[in-house]
Design a protein around this ligand. Structure first.
Ligand SMILES: NC(=O)c1ccc[n+]([C@@H]2O[C@H](COP(=O)([O-])OP(=O)(O)OC[C@H]3O[C@@H](n4cnc5c(N)ncnc54)[C@H](OP(=O)(O)O)[C@@H]3O)[C@@H](O)[C@H]2O)c1
Length: 351
């Protein structure tokens, strides 16, 4: 036997590329506290996957998180954004089912998608068919899934029933219209009065909305005559609050339910005593985060695959504007409403 000599192997950790990221280190107005900086490479541990991002949306909840008024509060400093999709760049040594080039989305949503390269444990990545449009993969969880769960979870709706919603131009609202239509459910839609409301109505009708009203059109005495041949809805969705929520309540039938999921007008919901006593209305809330804890991840991914299937078949679509990452702060201003009503802003990363 020859001499056994000690063998020294130099283990060099697998590292990500540097990442250009939208970072904030304190809460405040999103347009002033967010900065675009370059983050150094990070170690890709055995179970990690490093993804080159393709698309990530700016959602109202991302804005609320930066403002510090959202229940989910990542430790600061942090990178903004919670949804997104991209292509696998490199994988840790224990990863077997993902390889460079695979299309993946963050699932469940988790902090830090507004950056060029994201490194996360494999449990946060859901592999997708290569023909899935990245901007839809990046946006399918928070809003379309909310629309789906709200239609399914509160009232046993049958084909021919109706639902009423405010904030119908929101991404959730657009999905409610289409998912309801696929189930034979009619929709009564309320939008706010603003420049371009006629075009907004036309768009929603093209998506399948049965009725669309601005709030001011509903300032009438004989409210229910507006329903025409649409039945009185048993279920309503409130995205806005204030007067827009009162209008949803007015449309609901005896014993109906209003589900509040957003508060875009930042105004409280006012309910008359008689709505409870004589009309027997129920008020409920919906919070998707309760669905998204890791125990239900597989269930969520099945619903996401169902929604992405509808998208690929052309049965579900929604308005988005793809904004180059280099113009992030303009996209943020649009999302903040500083430039009037805008489509959902989705950051598009370019390499
Ligand atoms: N509870 C949950 O689990 C959950 C899940 C998803 C979303 N959400 C919430 O749902 C809401 C909609 O989200 P999204 O991403 O679908 O929205 P989005 O696509 O970003 O659209 C924003 C919507 O809000 C309306 N809006 C903006 N400012 C308003 C104001 N001051 N008064 C009345 N309406 C206003 C817009 O109307 P215009 O078209 O007229 O500009 C548009 O319909 C947000 O509050 C979000 O936080 C909640």
């Amino acid at each position: 036997m020859g001499e056994i000599r000690p063998c020294v192997v130099a283990f060099s950790a697998l590292m990500s590329p540097p990442s250009t990221a939208v970072v904030y280190d304190h809460h405040g107005p999103p347009d002033t506290v967010t900065k675009i900086i370059q983050l150094p490479p990070v170690e890709i541990k055995a179970n990690d996957v490093c993804v080159k991002m393709l698309a990530a949306p700016i959602n109202p909840s991302d804005i609320n998180q930066i403002q510090g008024v959202y229940p989910v509060k990542p430790q600061l400093p942090t990178v903004g954004g919670r949804e997104g999709a991209g292509v696998v760049h490199s994988v840790g040594s224990a990863i077997r089912d993902l390889s460079p080039g695979d299309l993946v989305m963050v699932s469940p949503p988790s902090a830090g998608t507004w950056q060029t390269h994201v490194v996360k444990d494999k449990v946060f990545w859901h592999k997708l068919d290569k023909d899935t449009p990245a901007e839809y993969a990046a946006t399918v969880t928070i809003n379309p899934l909310t629309a789906l769960r709200m239609i399914e979870d509160f009232v046993d709706l049958k084909s021919g029933d109706a639902v009423v919603q405010n904030g119908a131009t929101s991404m959730v609202g657009q999905c409610v219209i289409q998912l309801a239509k696929l189930r034979g459910i009619r929709t009564i839609n309320i939008i706010r009065d603003r420049p371009g409301s006629d075009e907004a109505k036309d768009k929603l009708k093209k998506l399948g909305a049965d009725e669309v009203y601005t709030e001011s059109q509903l300032d009438v005495k004989n409210f229910k005559s507006l329903l025409g041949n649409v039945p009185e809805p048993a279920l309503g969705f409130n995205c806005v609050g204030g007067n827009a929520a009162s209008l949803v309540l007015k449309f609901l039938r005896q014993g109906g339910t209003m589900v509040t999921y957003g508060g875009m007008a930042k105004k409280p919901i006012t309910v008359s005593t008689s709505s409870f006593i004589f009309k027997g209305l129920s008020l409920k809330g919906f919070y998707l985060q309760n669905w998204l804890d890791l125990d239900r991840n597989e269930e969520c991914r099945k619903m996401i695959d169902y929604l992405l299937g509808l998208i690929r078949e052309g049965k579900l679509t929604y308005d988005m504007e793809l904004a180059p990452f280099s113009e992030f702060h303009t996209a943020l201003d649009k999302s903040l409403g500083k430039l009037g009503s805008q489509r959902k802003q989705v950051i598009k990363f370019k390499f």
